[in-house]
Ligand binder design. Structure first.
Ligand code: DAH
Length: 339
């Protein structure tokens, strides 16, 4: 029995040394010291021993149990320590490491110029209006005095969604929507996307932006139109910018005009940018046609107004000397980072 005890002690101590997990240690404890363990089994046989041997073996058995318990405790403590160290190493954070600098986005050139124009007009009392890109034929054409069969419809190659629904070809429908919803005095600026079934090339895109303006009140004259748009041109291009108005035709204004600014490349002498003209056209405008006021329920005897519309991409291209409109929608960051 003595030998059995010593052998259990030695074998178990070796097992404890070799154990690598808490589970392994626990299994050893159960196998040896548990109710059905090897040591317990030996203790159960103590009754068969001589009276004088009993205390000797009893004492030895106790010693063995104590040694094993201590060895198990120690092994567990070592394992605990190792695990804590490993955990700390895993979670170590080097606060001196340099961070990654996020790439900052930039405003798109179209947005830069749009914001600038909105600032100019809100600065003189205009509010910004927004409307649908998918539009009823009524608002895009009919109410703007462009009935079925009118030649102006052919000039604006239209994407039809159905017989009476189109992708708006201009922002002018916002004139109608505004007057239907609000009594004069009206002073709005309506920027937005418009669509035309044009092939994509350096100067044409099927999707582009227009900015529409509308002023309706009592006593509005062509003088207000000219003063407002001249002030706009000077704010956008500089105080000594010269403008001129040329008669033109739009179905929804009468009289109608186009406004040109003196070429800022040649100063009016004529060059490749202005094609020898000395002036560059930047917008269409006119006094709101009485028929248009009428369909919106605004009495043309009481109120008058002026309207204007301009293509945003062309302004952007001129401002930044961009010669291909496609660059504005390709979103190549090498291009966009230059603004
Ligand atoms: N909607 C016209 C176009 O797309 C531009 C325009 C001209 C708008 C004259 C106006 C205006 O408001 O008065 O060609």
């Amino acid at each position: 029995m003595k030998e059995q005890l010593t052998s259990i002690l030695e074998k178990t101590l070796t097992d404890i040394k070799a154990a690598e997990t808490f589970e392994a240690l626990d299994a050893i404890r159960v196998n040896v010291l548990g109710k059905k363990g090897e040591l317990t089994a030996i203790l159960k046989q103590m009754g068969k021993l001589d009276a004088e041997m009993r205390p000797v073996i009893g004492a030895l058995a106790n010693e063995v149990r104590q040694s094993l318990e201590t060895a198990l405790e120690e092994a567990k403590a070592v394992m605990d320590e190792k695990e804590t160290a490993a955990k700390l190493a895993r979670e170590a954070l080097d606060v001196t490491m340099p961070g990654t600098i996020p790439v900052l986005g930039k405003k798109h050139p179209v947005s830069i110029v749009l914001d600038e124009i909105c600032d100019i007009f809100t600065g003189i009392g205009f509010t910004i209006a927004d409307g649908p890109e998918v539009e009823l034929d009524y608002y895009n054409f009919e109410a703007l005095n462009i009935p079925q069969g009118h030649p102006a419809r052919d000039e604006q190659d239209t994407f039809y969604v159905s017989d009476n629904i189109v992708l708006r070809t201009q922002t002018s429908p916002m004139q109608i929507r505004t007057m239907e919803n609000k009594k004069p005095p009206i002073r709005i600026l309506a920027p937005g996307r418009v669509f035309r079934s044009d092939a994509l090339d350096a100067t044409h895109s099927p999707v582009f932006h227009q900015i529409e303006g509308l002023v309706v009140a009592k006593g509005i004259t062509m003088g207000d139109l000219k003063g407002t748009l001249e002030l706009f041109a000077k704010r956008l291009y500089g105080e000594d910018t010269k403008v001129r108005f040329r008669p033109h035709h739009f179905p929804f204004t009468e009289p109608s005009a186009e406004m040109d600014v003196q070429c800022f490349k040649c100063g009016g002498k004529g060059c490749s940018l202005c094609k020898g003209e000395g002036y560059i056209e930047i917008l269409g405008c006119g006094m709101v046609h009485p028929k248009v006021l009428e369909v919106c329920g605004v009495d043309p005897e009481e109120y008058t107004g002026f309207a204007f519309g301009m293509g945003l991409e062309r302004l952007v291209m001129r401002k930044y000397k961009i010669d291909d409109i496609r660059l504005l929608s390709e979103n190549d960051v090498r291009f966009l980072n230059q603004f």
